[in-house]
Design a protein. Structure first.
Length: 164
């Protein structure tokens, strides 16, 4: 006789996702306070371009209708971190743009310099992630693909699925 796990009335998955997104905010806040990235650190941040509160130029929204990956490395400016979002200036094809991204829209945060990755679910009714081009705002400095850890070390993937 198999017992089923009772459904939780506490939204543990949302609580953990929010706590891990706070890691992204804290890291970006440190970069904002120090005025730059330490050492070889750089970030690939993937986010849902359709999420509430996302503000990106129209030409980028047309090019990346579902999700977009930005690179915070050499050429960025005006990084501002708020409690629930961040904004940053980046150049796309030589044209400067300011993007505002709520942390709730972030689906992946990757620091390939130390093989650290956080992966989030956009929300309970997730869409299947589609292949997308990496934004052209900065060039990767390593030979591995953006966010690819050779051995999977320091990778935290949060995937909450209920067993029924």
């Amino acid at each position: 006789m198999a017992e089923e796990t009772p459904e939780s009335l506490i939204p543990y998955d949302e609580i953990v996702q929010d706590a891990l997104r706070a890691v992204v905010g804290r890291v970006l806040g440190e970069v904002e306070r120090s005025g730059g990235l330490p050492g070889e650190h750089h970030f690939y941040i993937t986010f849902s371009t359709r999420a509430p509160g996302v503000s990106i130029p129209k030409h980028l929204a047309e090019r990346f209708p579902d999700q977009m990956t930005i690179v915070i490395q050499h050429r960025f400016w005006d990084l501002k971190v708020e409690k629930d979002a961040f904004s940053v200036g980046l150049s796309f094809g030589g044209v400067g743009s300011t993007l505002r991204v709520p942390f709730a829209a972030v689906t992946q945060f990757d620091d390939p310099a130390v093989e650290f990755r956080l992966t989030f679910q956009a929300n309970a009714a997730d869409e299947v992630a589609e292949e997308h081009e990496v934004a052209e705002n900065d060039a990767p400095s390593s030979e591995t693909s953006p966010g690819q850890a050779d051995d999977g070390s320091n990778v935290v993937s949060v995937d909450f699925t209920r067993k029924k």
